[in-house]
Structures are given as structure tokens and as C-alpha cells.
Design a protein around this ligand. Structure first.
Ligand code: PGA
Length: 251
């Protein structure tokens, strides 16, 4: 199976955290198939985590890459470096990057090109604000974000989109599973009709996913998986969500 459940650890972690996480995860995960799982730790812990993971094929990835390949760009990390560490994916355009670090659609487009160049599957994040949700313009906003990110990156062949309403991230609130399902259907339609060369592997949902709501989300046809922040910081909870996912989606 392709990547479906991705842990986004954000700015959290340490060597000790990695060790505890791995031991909890393996204690509670009840399958031997790791192919749908990905972890995006802070980039500097990728190698440490790989050492702890051993031979199993949980995919490792970055939370962000730079839009350029190399050069005088203090503090940045390139797609080629992430590939060099044996990673398989990178998150691109997370709403925290868009708001806190003023990432533009143009920068996001360039990052998609970099990811594609080094065969990293980009997890492109899109999502509406609370105000846009209340104004009932979610579909228009997402449509614009998709076009803005993809129109310059037509070479991108393989893609995962994560629908993450900004107001749902870390808030304990979510749209209803049915609302998310219909948004995902729209995303799939837009990508297929506007960018037929792109292979949209899956559309994930992100924003306050937890063990409490996982089953109701995964039961929806068009919710292919999840990008998980807070609940992924606990290896036991991430394993429990993955067990629910396997029960519902893996036949
Ligand atoms: P959350 O974060 O699960 O803590 O809401 C999701 C994300 O930001 O990717």
C-alpha cells in the first residue's frame, strides 16, 4: 500500500523521545505491514530514527524542504539532502509554513518541483481558515490553492494531498466526516480534470485526528488516510490509530 498515515512531529523530539516512541509503537501496532506508514520527525533526527527503526519499511520524510537545490541559504535543507538520508516523502505547504514563515504559492510550486526532481513524494497541504469555512467558500479556496501550487509544477507526477482545515489543526474541532468526504471528492475531481498527468495517490485528512475520531473518518470512502500532528507524538496512540486504519481500509 502507498503512504496513508503520516506522523508530523513538528518541532518536537529528542533522542530519548525517539527511543520511547519506537518502543511504544512496536508494543501496540498489531500488523507486520508498515508500508502505509510515514514519520516526519524534525530533519536532524531522521538518521537517528532510521537506526532505531531497523529493517522495517516505515517511510521517513521531511516536514519541509527548501525551494532551491543548493547555495547561500543559511539554515535551509534541500530535497537532495533529504533524499540522501533515504527519505521517501516531504510535506509541502503546511499551513504553519504558510502563516508563520510566509510561504507563497510560488515557493510551494518550486518545492514541489524539487521534491519531484529527487523522487520524494510531496504531501501538499491545503485548507481553509475558520472564516472561510463559516463563509461557506471552502471549495473555492481549496480550488485556488490547488491551482496556485500545481500550475507551475506540471512536471510533478506523483502527489499526495492533505486536506487540513486551518481551524481544525490542534484545536480538537473537525468538520463532519461527511463534509470531509465531499471535500476530498472535489479535490480528486479538480486534480484529475485540471492535471490529468498527475498521479494523485491519495487524499489524506489532517486536523485533530485522534483515536476517538479515527474510525468515523476512515469509514468515509474518499478519506484515504490521515496526516496526524498532536496524536502522533505518542507511539501508542499512533499505533492504535494505525490499527483502526488497517481494520477499516485494508481488506
Ligand atoms: P493536529 O495537526 O493533528 O495536531 O491537529 C495536524 C497537522 O498540522 O498536520
Amino acid at each position: 500500500m502507498s503512504l496513508r498515515l503520516i506522523a508530523n512531529w513538528k518541532l518536537n523530539g529528542s533522542k530519548e523521545f525517539n527511543q520511547k516512541w519506537i518502543s511504544n509503537f512496536f508494543k501496540y501496532f498489531n500488523s507486520h505491514d508498515f508500508s502505509s506508514l510515514g514519520i516526519a520527525p524534525p530533519s536532524m533526527y531522521i538518521d537517528h530514527l532510521r537506526g532505531l527503526l531497523g529493517k522495517n519499511n516505515i517511510c521517513l520524510g521531511a516536514q519541509n524542504i527548501d525551494e532551491e537545490d543548493s547555495g547561500a541559504r543559511t539554515g535551509e535543507i534541500s530535497a537532495s539532502m533529504i533524499k540522501d538520508l533515504g527519505c521517501g516523502f516531504t510535506i509541502v505547504g503546511h499551513s504553519e509554513r504558510r502563516t508563520l514563515f510566509h510561504e507563497s504559492n510560488q515557493a510551494i510550486s518550486k518545492k514541489l518541483i524539487q521534491a519531484n526532481r529527487y523522487s520524494l513524494v510531496p504531501i501538499l497541504c491545503i485548507g481553509e481558515s475558520a472564516e472561510e469555512y463559516q463563509d461557506n467558500i471552502t471549495h473555492e479556496i481549496l480550488h485556488q490553492q490547488i491551482l496556485g501550487a500545481l500550475k507551475g509544477s506540471i512536471e510533478t507526477t506523483s502527489l499526495i494531498i492533505a486536506y487540513e482545515p486551518v481551524w481544525a489543526i490542534g484545536s480538537g474541532q473537525t468538520p463532519t466526516p461527511e463534509e470531509i468526504n465531499s471535500v476530498h471528492e472535489m479535490i480528486k475531481d479538480v486534480v484529475q480534470s485540471r492535471f490529468p498527468k498527475i498521479d494523485l495517490a491519495s487524499v489524506l485528512y489532517g486536523g485533530s485526528v485522534s483515536i476517538t475520531n479515527a474510525a468515523s473518518l476512515f469509514e468515509q470512502k474518499n478519506i484515504d488516510g490521515a496526516l496526524i500532528g498532536g496524536a502522533s507524538l505518542d507511539g501508542k496512540e499512533f499505533a492504535s490509530i494505525a490499527n483502526v486504519f488497517n481494520k477499516i481500509k485494508v481488506k
